[in-house]
Design a binder for this molecule. Structure first.
Ligand code: DSN
Length: 426
């Protein structure tokens, strides 16, 4: 088994130079092929991405922006960054795009510094209710610089009540409101958020890191169509590109955003990553990607349906996007870490996750979170989701049953072998 983008000569050389790393690479390919990836923020990138990440663009320093660089030799890097920016604008209907953020946290931090002053108030979603670390969790450096206030979802519905968001915005007068999540299984009311931001005079940002590829494929709403000032997204999740981030904004914020990314936050951009992003942004404009994005949602609904048939307690009672959160403490009397480990044993990879106002700590939380972007990239459809839901339920009911786990491991392996990982030949 090998990734078809490595040449045999390169692999032979790696094997001779560093057997430990070579073996880890081979083992990771096997792990990804023989098991199913359900972490909703992970995916199998387009195979073209591997070719560019392992290319000579890795060698080039390109501080600055196309046409205004600090070092020479930029004729090819200017081409790829210009293409990446222009394609991003087309895909997301954006007035401006910055494609240099190295990943999700620096991407969001660059926005805060571009639009705000230290001490300003930012309102984002609480982490245990589906928000993200970079939206102002007290453990982050940003929380020492800006004042973050949080809105929550309702218990027990798990849904956002926009009246309460409005109330919190009126009380706290934030300069920036963030709409975005990493474990909220529902669509946002973007128009409702725009109204609240207008009422309190706040700027409005959406972090669509999980959803970027689904928005690009037309399966979910695009906050830029609802007048958002800034939209950020990582590029390696549903978008299926290289690891990285992208900032899309109105033209009036373009200068401030660009200055904040470079030289404000970062030095040399990773040009191999930007080259891979450029090709990704071409691929997500195809009909094949549109069909993929739609199928991701169809698969998530089918998976949820398979679980709900057995009365599994899902946060918000289901899903409208690519992800599902189960309260395993309520449904199965176990914590998320136990569920995660037992499911790993059968080749199903997902993550333990806090649930809204979780009484348990983050390393032993009450929930698990999973999603369908990667399984769908392998070509799996509704029948496979149903089968996986069935395997999952058996594991959650008997996480210590060694004989059962061994049997289910074989079932998962057999299923996975029918759906090769894009870019890995068996
Ligand atoms: N780690 C990503 C996620 O899993 O949602 C976000 O940083």
């Amino acid at each position: 088994m090998t990734n078809f983008t490595y040449s045999q000569a390169a692999l032979d050389r790696l094997q001779k130079t560093d057997l430990d790393i070579f073996n880890a690479l081979m083992n990771e390919e096997r792990r990804q092929s023989e098991g199913i990836e359900l972490i909703p923020s992970e995916n199998y990138c387009f195979p073209e991405v591997y070719a560019l990440l392992g290319s000579v663009f890795n060698n080039k320093y390109s501080e600055g922006y196309p046409g205004r660089r600090y070092y020479g030799g930029q004729e090819n890097t200017d081409t790829i960054e210009t293409l990446a920016r222009e394609r991003a604008k087309v895909v997301f209907r954006a007035e401006h795009a910055n494609v240099q953020p190295l990943s999700g946290c620096p991407m969001n931090e660059a926005v805060y510094f571009a639009l705000l002053n230290p001490g300003d108030t930012i309102m984002g979603m609480d982490l245990t209710h589906g928000g993200h670390l970079s939206h102002g969790h007290p453990v982050t450096n940003m929380s020492k610089i800006f004042k973050f206030v949080r809105y929550k979802t309702e218990i027990p519905s798990g849904l956002i009540d926009l009246n309460k968001v409005r109330q919190a915005a009126l009380e706290n007068k934030p300069k920036l409101i963030i709409c975005g999540h990493s474990s909220y299984p529902r669509e946002y009311d973007y128009a409702g958020f725009r109204k609240i931001a207008d009422e309190v005079g706040a700027l409005l940002m959406a972090d669509v890191s999980h959803l970027g590829g689904l928005i690009a494929g037309g399966a979910l709403k695009n906050p830029l169509d609802y007048g958002f000032d800034v939209v950020t997204s990582t590029t390696h999740k549903s978008l299926r590109g290289p690891r990285g981030g992208i900032i899309l904004c109105k033209e009036k914020f373009a200068k401030a955003i660009d200055k904040s990314v470079f030289p404000g936050m970062q030095g040399g951009p990773h040009m191999h990553q930007i080259a891979a992003l450029a090709v990704t942004l071409k691929l997500v404009q195809t009909n094949a990607h549109k069909a993929y994005a739609k199928q991701v949602l169809t698969n998530a609904r089918a998976f949820a349906h398979g679980l709900l048939e057995s009365d599994t307690p899902l946060i918000t009672g289901g899903t409208e996007n690519h992800l599902i959160v189960i309260n395993v403490a309520a449904g199965f009397g176990i914590t998320g870490d136990i569920a995660e480990k037992a499911l790993d044993r059968v080749g199903i990879t997902l993550n333990k996750n806090v649930i809204p106002d979780d009484p348990n700590p983050p390393m032993k939380p009450s929930g698990i979170r999973f999603g369908t972007p990667a399984a769908t990239a392998r070509g799996m459809k509704e029948p496979e989701m149903k089968q996986l839901a069935n395997v999952m339920l058996q594991v959650l009911r008997a996480p210590d049953d060694e004989a059962l786990l061994t049997k289910l491991r074989e079932e998962t392996r057999a299923l996975c072998m029918r759906f090769p990982v894009p870019g890995i030949e068996s």
